[in-house]
Design a protein around this ligand. Structure first.
Ligand code: MF3
Ligand code: CO
Length: 262
C-alpha cells in the first residue's frame, strides 16, 4: 500500500456550502463595515464593537469569542483579531488607538447554523507609504494566487507554491509555523494549509466539496517572531510591519468559490 500523510478532509454537500456562503457573507459585510471605520484615532475596541453589532444583526455567532486553543493562556475575548503594524496576527481588541500611516490586519470569523466563515483584510489607516502599499498588495496577490490553485486534483503543495511564488517575487518573508486551515463545523479543522512549500503537502489532494481558509501572512523584515505578553499577539522581532489576507474558499468543479466574498 502506498504510504500517505494525508489527513481526512470532509466533503461538503451543496446545501452545506450554501450555509457556509451565508456565514461568509456575514463575514464580508462586517469586514467592510470595520474597514470604513478604521480611521486615524479610532480605538481597536471600538472596531470590535462594530463587528459585534454586525454579527448580532445577522443573527450569527462569533467564531473567535471564547476560543481557547491549547497554545493560548486565556480564552479569546473579542470577535475580531486586530493586528496593527508589527503585530502579524491574533491581536486582541484593546484600548490602543490606530494612527495615520498604520497598517491594520482585521480578521473576523462568524458561524451560521454552526457553519463557519473566516476572512481577513489589511487596511491602511489614513495615508500610506509606497513600501506599505507594496506589502499589502503583495499579500492580496499571494492570496489570489493561492485561491486560483484550489482546484480539484491539485494539492496543498500547489497552493503553497503559488502563495510562496508571489511572496518571493516581491521579496517578502512568511510568518513561519503559521498557515491556513480546513474550516466547516469548526473554524480550525484539518488539514493545515501551508503558505510555504513542503513535500508532504503533495499528499493532500483537493476534491470538489473541500472547504479551506487560505491566509498568507507576509513580513517586510525578518521572519523572527515572538508571542506578546498578552499571550495572543504574534509580533515581529524586528518590529517591522506585516500584512495578512484571508478567504474561506470551496473547491468546486467550476473552480474556486470564495465563500467570504461580499
Ligand atoms: N482567524 C484566525 C485564524 O485564521 C483565528 C483567530 S484566533 C481567535 O487562524 F482566537 F481569535 F479566534
Ligand atoms: Co483563519
Amino acid at each position: 500500500m502506498p504510504s500517505t500523510t494525508a489527513v481526512p478532509h470532509p466533503i461538503r454537500s451543496a446545501a452545506e456550502l450554501e450555509t457556509m456562503r451565508e456565514s461568509g457573507r456575514v463575514v464580508a459585510l462586517a469586514l467592510e463595515a470595520v474597514r470604513a471605520a478604521a480611521v486615524p484615532g479610532v480605538k481597536l475596541r471600538d472596531l470590535d464593537d462594530i463587528a459585534r453589532t454586525a454579527l448580532h444583526e445577522a443573527g450569527a455567532e462569533s467564531s473567535f469569542f471564547g476560543y481557547a486553543p491549547a497554545w493560548a493562556p486565556t480564552a479569546y475575548k473579542g470577535v475580531l483579531c486586530l493586528s496593527p503594524n508589527e503585530v502579524v496576527v491574533h491581536g486582541p481588541p484593546t484600548g490602543r488607538r490606530v494612527s495615520d500611516g498604520d497598517v491594520l490586519s482585521i480578521d473576523f470569523g462568524a458561524a451560521v447554523d454552526g457553519w463557519h466563515g473566516d476572512a481577513a483584510i489589511t487596511v491602511h489607516i489614513g495615508s500610506s507609504t509606497e513600501e506599505d502599499r507594496r506589502l499589502v498588495s503583495a499579500t492580496e496577490e499571494a492570496l489570489a494566487a493561492g485561491i486560483a490553485a484550489a482546484v480539484p486534483g491539485a494539492t496543498l503543495l500547489d497552493i503553497a507554491t503559488a502563495v510562496d511564488a508571489v511572496a518571493k517575487r516581491h521579496g517578502f518573508a512568511h510568518l513561519p509555523d503559521h498557515g491556513g486551515h480546513g474550516i466547516g463545523r469548526a473554524m480550525h479543522e484539518a488539514p493545515f494549509v501551508p503558505n510555504q512549500p513542503f513535500a508532504a503537502a503533495r499528499d493532500q489532494r483537493l476534491e470538489a466539496g473541500h472547504t479551506l481558509a487560505i491566509e498568507p501572512m507576509l513580513l517586510a523584515g525578518s521572519s523572527e517572531y515572538r508571542t506578546a505578553r498578552d499571550g495572543w499577539s504574534v509580533v515581529t522581532r524586528d518590529r517591522r510591519r506585516a500584512a495578512h489576507a484571508e478567504h474561506t474558499v470551496a473547491v468546486t468543479d467550476d473552480g474556486p468559490l470564495i465563500l467570504t466574498a461580499p
